[in-house]
Design a protein around this ligand. Sequence first.
Ligand SMILES: *[C@@H]1O[C@H](CO)[C@@H](O)[C@H](O)[C@H]1NC(C)=O
Ligand SMILES: *[C@@H]1O[C@H](CO)[C@@H](O)[C@H](O)[C@H]1NC(C)=O
Ligand SMILES: *[C@@H]1O[C@H](CO)[C@@H](O)[C@H](O)[C@H]1NC(C)=O
Ligand SMILES: *[C@@H]1O[C@H](CO)[C@@H](O)[C@H](O)[C@H]1NC(C)=O
Ligand SMILES: *[C@@H]1O[C@H](CO)[C@@H](O)[C@H](O)[C@H]1NC(C)=O
Ligand SMILES: *[C@@H]1O[C@H](CO)[C@@H](O)[C@H](O)[C@H]1NC(C)=O
Ligand SMILES: [Cu+2]
Length: 289
Amino acid sequence: MYHSLLLASTLITLAHGQSASQAQGPPPPPEVLSTTKSGVLPVLPTGTPFAGVDTLEGAIINPGPVNPGFTGLAGTATAQSNLPAATYRADLPDTMFDPYVETVIRGSIVAVGTHSGVQFTVNLTGLPNQAQYGPFPYHIHTLSVPSDGNCTATLGHLDPTNRGEYYMCDASAPETCQVGDLAGKHGGKIMAQDSFMTSFVDPYLSTDPSSAAFFGGLGFVIHTSNTTRLTCANFEMVSGANGTSGNATSTGNVTLPSATGTPEFPGSADKNAATVGMAVAAVVFGLLL
Ligand SMILES: *[C@@H]1O[C@H](CO)[C@@H](O)[C@H](O)[C@H]1NC(C)=O
Ligand SMILES: *[C@@H]1O[C@H](CO)[C@@H](O)[C@H](O)[C@H]1NC(C)=O
Ligand SMILES: *[C@@H]1O[C@H](CO)[C@@H](O)[C@H](O)[C@H]1NC(C)=O
Ligand SMILES: *[C@@H]1O[C@H](CO)[C@@H](O)[C@H](O)[C@H]1NC(C)=O
Ligand SMILES: *[C@@H]1O[C@H](CO)[C@@H](O)[C@H](O)[C@H]1NC(C)=O
Ligand SMILES: *[C@@H]1O[C@H](CO)[C@@H](O)[C@H](O)[C@H]1NC(C)=O
Ligand SMILES: [Cu+2]
């Protein structure tokens, strides 16, 4: 199903004589930020913040240095406790969203709610050539991957504190980082050759669906060093809070949030991208006055 959809969309794109820039082939060219596309910078670093800041698929290619103490507009991330012990799992698909790197990254990320955060286990194989494409950042993004596997549609990183991604995550103060920036908070971008495994507890994500830091149903995305999106998969619930599965609240059929409008404010988009985008625009507007 997935393959035939991907193939169908490729054929349609080719039939229209366009370059297949999203689901297949090379990524789109970089785009210089403008004041109307500023979600990746919720707090302006300088007086003329957007000049020369290149983005790719909604992310900043060369972020600014670590800026100790820099937080989101909504402050620091909230430490979680006594989370539902539900298990979520994102299994990477058989085909790469962007096959440009000529390998297929396979594997999974498993996430279990604990008394003090979420225990993640990342297990990947088939990582592309490190010198050519690495190191590889990975994140939880703000929306789910649609059924056609379009990683770009997941928008930016899960960012309930509206921090944006201009400044790199300060791993020594993970509560100041974007909540979805798993690589930034836990060991940095992947620098391993071919296969990679890691395990960590993240205190700021949540298995409680009522939390702003809930990641169930959201997309897990792996990038090249320049933010090109290589592959992605959604966190699906595989067992409920009591290790059971199979009733209305724990069937694994997570309701997937999806994009409702144009992703104009990708880097800081919350689950309601449009609302947050407007809030960011309002802040930017306010600061420019
Ligand atoms: C990691 O993934 C590989 C390949 O899918 C699998 O053989 C291996 O058992 C996994 N390791 C763990 C600890 O889950
Ligand atoms: C980003 O990396 C990809 C593959 O690694 C490459 O094809 C593409 O040209 C690069 N884009 C930019 C803007 O550097
Ligand atoms: C993928 O999603 C992005 C963002 O929603 C959209 O602009 C693009 O057209 C989509 N690509 C395909 C092939 O559907
Ligand atoms: C989980 O187990 C506890 C203790 O056995 C019980 O009180 C609770 O109702 C259960 N929750 C669900 C969602 O089944
Ligand atoms: C199963 O469904 C019942 C009724 O909706 C609910 O009370 C119970 O907590 C559910 N159990 C689990 C494990 O989700
Ligand atoms: C849950 O998903 C399974 C397989 O994906 C499907 O067969 C089932 O009908 C779904 N259940 C509900 C309640 O949507
Ligand atoms: Cu990402």
